[in-house]
Design a protein around this ligand. Structure first.
Ligand SMILES: Cc1cc2nc3c(=O)[nH]c(=O)nc-3n(C[C@H](O)[C@H](O)[C@H](O)COP(=O)(O)O)c2cc1C
Length: 333
């Protein structure tokens, strides 16, 4: 098995692309469209308010997957941090429904590994540095999602041009999937050239017809440039990339006037709840107090399209990028 085919083999998909999990954005519709196009789609379990809703979503995804001839797949993203009180309940439902694979973020994936191993599902962990990668490697994850700088959400500090080969150097037996800053066929090819077995794309799919957010948010993705993306710890305590909206600037001004907040556990939890509530309001139409999560690829996104067309374009661009490199005199035969 060649390294480039490893993700295809591991997930049983046609093209080594994952539609990344996005809090409040990802939904069953998007993932079904991803599966129809031969890629994998992932939904954060927290996008469902109750276990019943999660269960229903998994049933719909399983129904589609078993009848789909195009070899797409799906996964569930579990936040494995102590702040996620629903982790164990959600994991139990996922194991019962035999979710094909998992992406864990922000903590220790031990319990997820245990659940997944009970029926042979794969587990990938988001990592932003070698130290965290070592911890999840020792636990036995199946691969890393290298979350580089410029990514939407909890972006890492290192560019993927460095993080992907660094992970390979330290853990040559583990597949690396690159996430962050990728929105074109050329971007995908560059990550495969660096040794990634595949890529995970988030921000690009916010600008899709099927994304479960307001048209205002989608328009902001199309209208923004990379200079408009900033990192803030205001929402969850960890740095998250967002669009620098007038509301965020107002919030920051207010915070500066109030001065530093206490770092005790309760205050942190209160801030997290407040952050989530602001994010939830921001995806609704007609809301003016907007905090919109997005990565640097907004620079390359010019229109809102159906998921199917976005993936079709990526495939074509990837083939053209490979041919262009060959034409450019890089042939090795
Ligand atoms: C709106 C938004 C929400 C996100 N929510 C999550 C999440 O709930 N869990 C997670 O592991 N990653 C989350 N991410 C990160 C993505 O899974 C992925 O790593 C990232 O989008 C890749 O970078 P890109 O946006 O440049 O493609 C989110 C990203 C965005 C843009």
């Amino acid at each position: 098995m060649s390294r480039q085919n490893q993700l295809i083999e591991l997930l049983g998909i046609e093209i080594p692309i994952i539609m990344a999990p996005m809090f409040l954005v990802s939904n069953v519709n998007m993932v079904i469209e991803a599966m129809k196009s031969g890629i994998a789609g992932v939904i954060p379990s927290l996008n469902y308010l109750t276990g019943k809703e999660l269960e229903k979503a998994l049933e719909d995804l399983n129904d589609f997957k078993s009848s789909n001839e195009n070899h797409g797949s799906y996964g569930i993203n579990l936040i494995v941090q102590s702040t996620n009180k629903r982790m164990e309940e959600d994991l139990k439902i996922c194991v019962e429904k035999r979710v094909p694979f998992y992406i864990t973020s922000l903590g220790n994936p031990e319990k997820v590994l245990e659940g997944a191993r009970s029926y042979g599902a794969k587990v990938f962990s988001d990592v932003t540095n070698i130290k965290h990668a070592q911890r999840v490697y020792d636990l036995g994850v199946d691969g890393f999602i290298a979350v580089g700088s410029g990514a939407g959400g909890h972006a890492g500090p290192h560019p993927n041009q460095l993080l992907v080969p660094a992970l390979q150097k330290h853990f040559p037996d583990k597949p690396v999937i690159a996430a962050g800053g990728i929105a074109s066929g050329k971007g995908i090819l560059s990550m495969l050239a660096l040794g990634a077995v595949g890529v995970s794309l988030g921000t690009l799919f916010i600008a899709s017809n099927e994304a479960g957010v307001s048209d205002e948010y989608k328009k902001a993705i199309v209208d923004s440039e990379m200079k408009d993306i900033i990192m803030t710890s205001r929402l969850s305590g960890a740095p998250v990339s967002i669009i620098n909206t007038p509301f965020y600037r107002q919030l920051k001004e207010q915070d500066e006037k109030t001065g530093p907040v206490s770092k005790d556990k309760l205050t942190k939890l209160k801030r997290l709840e407040e952050g989530i509530s602001m994010l939830e309001k921001s995806i609704q139409p007609g809301n003016y107090n907007n905090l919109w999560v997005a990565g640097h690829t907004v620079e390359l996104i010019d229109e809102v399209k159906p998921v199917k067309e976005i993936i079709h374009r990526l495939k074509e661009e990837l083939i053209n990028a490979i041919n262009d490199i060959r034409k450019g005199g890089f042939s090795v035969d």
